[in-house]
Design a protein around this ligand. Structure first.
Ligand SMILES: [Zn+2]
Length: 322
């Protein structure tokens, strides 16, 4: 632009300034448009969360949740959490069994439209975790509880119990309770490894063909999905509850491909759960249910509804819901 007259120069400067402004405006428009396009792309990838009813198939109401003064999570708080999160049914069990009675017996829970499916737990206190499988006192306590039932109906299952060493699946009480479960059509909720699944199933009269067993966490130690698949194929009543399951979700909380494949292959065999084994899990209840809703939302709607609600509802004869 050398040699341009002053006026022209000024005009040229003016033109240059206008050009720069136009360029900047174009850049802003582009930035906005690009952001919008990016947002649209990410919306397309992240499906909306599942928004149907939930069946929480792994819920504890242990004494530390309600026996404080004031209670950390009184029944009113439990009901409020269920309602906020669209949880319409729960498998309730507790250490000791008083917490289960507190939920199953409370008219307020029923009036809130929450179905309680009570299970007898093997634990009078923490020491029973490591001895229940061979302790006659536990056997007697379980039989008494079954006899007693709850004000909202009979107990429907046994557990959650733990076997930190799978060989303890062969303990006398473990063996007898598996027979009892099958003969009385009680559902078992077991926190065990894959080896113990085979051992427990072998104790039943049908050798695992008729008993219903919910595998808590579906292998908390990270049992490979192929092994889970083999066990589900072998035992028609084996159900997988998915709290704490390692490798279930990948980057961004999205369902990992091998789990998505398993859920599509066995849509009627999985359940969600909160596992409120400590009060911190009660505090995080909203987040836990939101995480489940997020990955359920990535499945076909019918499969999400099965895993989120219907599989549990069907097991215990609850209405299919809307
Ligand atoms: Zn648990």
């Amino acid at each position: 632009m050398d040699g341009v007259p002053a006026r022209g120069h000024l005009r040229a400067r003016g033109t240059g300034a206008r050009t720069r402004i136009r360029t900047r405006i174009r850049a802003w428009i582009c930035a906005l448009a690009c952001a919008a396009a990016g947002a649209a792309a990410s919306v397309a990838h992240a499906a909306p969360p599942y928004d149907g009813p939930l069946f929480d198939a792994h819920l504890h109401y242990n004494d530390e949740a309600f026996d404080g003064r004031p209670a950390a999570h009184p029944v009113t708080d439990v009901i409020a959490r269920m309602k906020r999160n669209g949880v319409r049914a729960i498998i309730a069990n507790s250490r000791p069994n008083d917490g289960t009675h507190a939920l199953a017996d409370a008219p307020a829970v029923r009036e809130a439209g929450i179905a309680v499916v009570p299970f007898v737990r093997m634990y009078r206190d923490r020491t029973d975790y490591n001895r229940w499988f061979g302790d006659d006192g536990v056997r007697r306590m379980v039989l008494q509880q079954l006899e007693r039932g709850t004000r909202s109906g009979p107990f429907r299952g046994l557990g959650e119990f733990h076997l930190y060493d799978s060989a303890n699946a062969n303990g006398d009480v473990a063996r007898d309770l598996m027979v009892l479960a099958e003969t009385r059509q009680l559902v078992v909720l077991a926190h065990v490894d894959d080896v113990a699944i085979d051992l427990l199933m072998a104790h039943t009269p049908s050798r695992g063909q008729k008993v219903r067993l919910i595998w808590a966490h579906t292998g908390i130690g990270g049992t490979p999905p192929e092994r889970v698949e083999a066990l589900m194929t072998r035992y028609p009543g084996l159900m997988g509850e998915l709290s704490y399951r390692p490798g279930l979700t990948c980057e961004g909380g999205l369902l990992c491909p091998e789990w998505r494949r398993l859920m599509l292959k066995f849509p009627d065999r999985f359940l969600i759960g909160s596992d409120t084994w400590i009060n911190a899990r009660w505090d995080a209840y909203e987040q836990l249910m939101a995480e489940a809703r997020a990955w359920l939302g990535e499945l076909p709607p019918e499969v999400a509804r099965r895993i989120g609600w219907r599989n549990g509802a069907q097991m215990f004869g609850l209405p299919p819901g809307d």
